[in-house]
Ligand binder design. Structure first.
Ligand SMILES: [Zn+2]
Length: 675
């Protein structure tokens, strides 16, 4: 291919990819060239006749793989947000190749020898604190990848890494397949109970899929959850629920159960090779929590009060179901429906009464104002930037005084070819080693598009959550790329996102931005008070469905047994052992637990959300204790955390912000579990 835009320097604003000129066929040659370039750079480092120095080894490593990094970032973003058959095929082909390539570098004995030599005399090198931490983390990363292993063990490690990468891709594709493949096509007569927004979204989904004039429910959370919450048709709720929880679990080519068994065996083998008893012990060793026991201890402190609260909730729901004429025990497809009824009765409002006040565009304005008041940022729309889909909005992010610090892409709507859920990602990370490189950050959501798009209160919080990750990338102010933005310990990475959710429900935000989409009228005070009072409602359920997943994750990865797991059996035993309430399903069953299996990012790490919630609840309490959620002094301290990337120890950063160690009380209070 002669004219491959991926090989060029991009003369676009901020070096944004020229999406309009890129086709999938450009990727394979760019990946190949990128890998070749990186190997040549590594060879130059290891072949240097000079003894290892921080500059000729660590900084040289930080400068490497410019092309590959750019292409990989772009590809993985398209693979998540705008995939198609061609991209799927390339992913299947190249993800294992890239993993093998990375492993080759991570296990390069000459490279490790240079890093190890530097590490041994690190105190004598006169390094700045960020450089010392960078060196220590390079060393740790190489050791954890197996660089210190002997020949045969090292070769096996390579095989394991390559195979795992392929399994991760396959797992995610199976889930996406099930989400795209399944649809519940309904007619007017099947919509009993559905409020307008859910009908509209179902009509739009139908139109998009060629069922004009009918209604479609899909397995994306934003489609199926409202359906389970509002549909009065118990039979249809059961159908939708069963399909939803069986994603990835069915015999045939899209079954994820055998993939899980193989992945767990490989992970266990990997941990053993590195001298750990279990995969959980291996993973937790490099976190803020440090040990599986510390994480388990936190979950236990939450589990019992959560189950207790859920039992109280169940009693209330059963009463409502009884009054509704249900002559059967409550089933998992009933919980959301009757919870909504109880909530409506108890707090005298329903989600559909609130939704007209949460217009997406208004909540985006609220996001930007929050970032403005806390951190002095402004977001200026850029319409001159190429995008990969017309729904994507682009903003230049500026600090007070007008200096640009990055580009922010907002991709808010669900559509075919986009994976479900919400996430932050980047096309380019901030660094300043050879001059300032500004970050390009993207937030993905999966809201059902409407005219205008209306959000649930939870959607609004998700919007703020991802924006918190986005700010972590945008405010990054570090020297080295591998310390940039969100590249922090994974049980700390949710702190900047989760604390941001609090500003979604701050009275200051709601009073100004929660306005009716037709009348512009403010969210009535009575409704606002009920909304805030209702926050603790159903928290037994929410805490149980989450905490059970986090415990299951740790147990699954703490198995010492190397025999392949029968995941269905394991799940059943686990649920019985922990006393999972029968009416509450796991938030993610293993066969579609993407956090655990479409990458290893959250394997033995799903607890991190709760860990971070301890931090976010306690952190936000600092603001409410001051009586001002925009307190300037605290905001300045918080900004240090958003800017520091991985240049400092997270516990030290938190202590500096809060003035003490994190405490769990605010979390229990936040979830209403402290009564
Ligand atoms: Zn997050």
């Amino acid at each position: 291919m002669t004219d491959n835009p991926l090989h060029e320097d991009w003369a676009t604003p901020f070096g944004l990819p020229p999406f309009d000129r890129i086709v999938p066929a450009h990727f394979p040659p760019a990946f190949d060239r990128g890998m070749d370039e990186e190997l040549a750079e590594i060879a130059a480092i290891t072949g240097s006749p000079e003894p290892a120095s921080f500059a000729n080894t660590i900084e040289a490593l930080e400068r490497r793989a410019q092309l590959l990094e750019r292409v990989e970032n772009l590809f993985s973003n398209l693979n998540s947000s705008a995939t198609n058959k061609e991209i799927d095929t390339i992913a299947r082909d190249y993800v294992p190749k890239l993993a093998e390539h990375r492993t080759k570098i991570a296990l390069d004995p000459k490279l490790f020898a240079r890093i190890d030599a530097l590490y041994r005399k690190r105190e004598t090198l006169g390094l700045a604190p960020d450089q010392l931490r960078l060196l220590e983390r390079y060393h740790l990363r190489f050791v954890r990848a197996g660089a210190a292993l002997g020949g045969q063990a090292k070769a096996r490690m390579t095989e394991i890494q390559t195979r795992m990468a392929a399994l991760h891709v396959h797992f995610g594709q199976n889930v996406l397949y099930d989400e795209d493949d399944w649809r519940l096509v309904l007619d007017e007569g099947d919509l009993a109970g559905l409020p307008d927004f859910a009908r509209d979204a179902a009509a739009a989904a139908a139109k998009e899929r060629g069922f004009d004039g009918r209604y479609v429910i899909t397995l994306s959370r934003s489609s199926v959850e409202p359906f389970l919450t509002f549909s009065a048709r118990r039979d249809l709720r059961e159908t939708a629920y069963r399909a939803w929880v069986q994603r990835g679990e069915h015999h045939g080519e899209h079954d994820n159960a055998p993939l899980i068994a193989e992945l767990l065996a490989l992970r266990q083998e990997q941990a053993r090779l590195l001298g750990y008893e279990t995969y959980a012990a291996f993973r937790l060793d490099d976190t803020m929590a440090k040990t599986p026991e510390a994480a388990e201890h936190l979950l236990e402190q939450v589990w019992t009060p959560a189950k207790h609260r859920a039992a109280e909730e169940r009693a209330e729901l059963a009463e409502a179901a009884n009054a509704d004429g249900l002559n059967a025990p409550l089933a998992p497809w009933d919980w959301r429906y009757y919870a909504e009824k109880v909530r409506a009765a108890k707090y005298d409002f329903d989600e559909s009464a609130v939704k007209p006040y949460f217009v997406l565009d208004n909540m985006v304005a609220a996001l930007f104002e929050t970032a403005g008041r806390l951190f002095g940022l402004s977001f200026v729309p850029r319409s001159d930037c190429p995008v990969y889909h017309p729904d994507v909005r682009v903003y230049e992010v500026r600090v007070a005084g007008g200096k640009a610090i990055g580009l922010f892409l907002h991709d808010n709507f669900a559509r075919p070819g986009k994976r479900s859920g919400a996430w932050m990602s980047s096309y380019r990370d901030q660094e300043s080693l050879d001059g300032e490189v500004l970050p390009i950050v993207v937030n993905n959501n999966n809201f059902s598009k409407g005219d205008p798009t209306l959000l649930s209160f939870n959607d609004a919080k998700t919007l703020f959550h991802e924006f918190g990750h986005g700010l972590h990338g945008l405010l990054s102010h570090v020297r080295y790329r591998s310390q940039s933005g969100t590249s922090v310990r994974r049980d700390f990475v949710e702190f900047p996102s989760q604390i941001m959710e609090h500003w979604a429900e701050a009275p200051e935000t709601l009073r100004k931005y929660a306005r009716h989409y037709q009348t512009g009228e403010k969210l009535p005070k009575a409704l606002l008070n009920k909304l805030l009072a209702a926050r603790n409602f159903n928290q037994g359920f929410a805490t149980v469905e989450y905490t059970a997943c986090a415990m299951l994750d740790l147990e699954l990865h703490a198995r010492k047994d190397v025999a392949p797991v029968d995941i269905a059996c394991f799940e059943r035993d686990f649920l019985a052992r922990v006393g999972m309430p029968a009416e509450i399903g796991l938030r993610h069953r293993p066969t579609h637990f993407l956090h655990l299996f479409d990458g290893a990012g959250y394997a033995a790490g799903y607890y991190a959300y709760m860990w971070a919630e301890v931090l976010d609840a306690d952190g936000y309490a600092a603001f409410t204790e001051r009586g001002d959620v925009f307190d300037a002094e605290l905001a300045a301290k918080l900004k240090v955390i958003y800017s520091a990337g991985d240049t400092r120890d997270p516990m030290a950063l938190f202590r500096e912000f809060r003035g003490r160690d994190p405490a769990i009380d605010a979390l229990l209070a936040q979830r209403g579990l402290n009564q």
